[in-house]
Design a protein around this ligand. Structure first.
Ligand SMILES: NC(=O)c1ccc[n+]([C@@H]2O[C@H](COP(=O)([O-])OP(=O)(O)OC[C@H]3O[C@@H](n4cnc5c(N)ncnc54)[C@H](OP(=O)(O)O)[C@@H]3O)[C@@H](O)[C@H]2O)c1
Length: 244
């Protein structure tokens, strides 16, 4: 509930898996109504009270607005929170990155969050709401693989910082979660993953706590960025498969 006694509303992209699924579930636990954007290809949406699955392919920027308008109409054009968690990464040598896959990665990881932030602003302003974008430590650290993925995440972090400067006068906040290796299905089609050691992966409970810190910050204070890193760097190489 908000201070005014209204049920709080959230949109979470990437709600079908991993970090987005974790944060959507946590928001339901906190009493939010949640609209979960994803293609919902691999798992059925959870049948939880207050949860509304929205099937949308975020690689198609033109598909976003119609899906969003239906949700906002159901929320009476008022929104407390937008979490942009949908994303994927491909990490071959850059010369081998399929241009179609590259364009899709830019669309899902960068274009879709920017489109959603813009379209949601009026509804967020109505409730002095918050945006939370999920970037990555690759936005800051240089690596020998994944230059294009890192560019999408650096773009999202820079966008978030700039957008906050633009919208802060309206009472809307923009925060970025910056995770390092986190054991999720993100790695299902990759030839590496965090080693199966609890210290090699960010705990999803820490992700919930980071969201709580952003949401529960005293009014007037914005937690702009939270970086979450595993205590140890342990990466497991896997044999390449045709899907990877
Ligand atoms: N895991 C990590 O180590 C790590 C580290 C740093 C940052 N991140 C970032 O954290 C975010 C969440 O990743 P995750 O680890 O939770 O990965 P994940 O488990 O693979 O989840 C990715 C989510 O994105 C959605 N998605 C992907 N392509 C989509 C599309 N075209 N249209 C709509 N939804 C799409 C997926 O839903 P559907 O497949 O159902 O569409 C899924 O819900 C991503 O932005 C990722 O870049 C992850």
């Amino acid at each position: 509930m908000s201070a005014s006694g209204q049920t709080r509303t959230a949109i979470v992209t990437g709600a079908s898996s991993g970090i987005g699924q974790t944060l959507a579930g946590h928001l339901l636990d906190r009493g939010f109504r949640v609209a979960g954007f994803a293609r919902w290809r691999n798992v059925p949406p959870p049948a939880r009270s207050g949860f509304e699955p929205v099937t949308v392919d975020l690689s198609d920027p033109g598909a976003i607005e119609p899906a969003l308008q239906t949700v906002l109409a159901g929320f009476d054009q008022q929104l407390d929170l937008l979490v942009n968690a949908a994303g994927f990464g491909r990490f071959p040598p850059h010369r081998h990155l399929d241009p179609v896959v590259l364009a899709s990665m830019v669309s899902v990881n960068l274009t879709a969050p920017m489109v959603l932030c813009g379209l949601c602003l009026p509804a967020l302003e109505a409730r002095q709401g918050r945006m939370v974008n999920i970037a990555s430590v690759t936005a800051r650290h240089l690596g020998k693989r994944g230059a294009a993925y890192a560019a999408t995440k650096a773009g999202l972090l820079h966008f978030s910082r700039n957008l906050f400067e633009e919208v802060r006068k309206s009472g809307v906040s923009v925060s970025t979660l910056i995770p390092d290796l986190t054991a999720t299905p993100f790695y299902d089609n990759l030839d590496f993953a965090p080693a199966p050691d609890p210290e090699a992966s960010v705990d999803l409970q820490a992700m919930r706590q980071a969201l709580d810190a952003i949401l529960d910050a005293p009014r007037g204070t914005v937690i702009e960025e939270i970086t979450l890193r595993p205590s140890r760097l342990l990466i497991e190489k896997r044999p390449a498969s045709p899907k990877r």
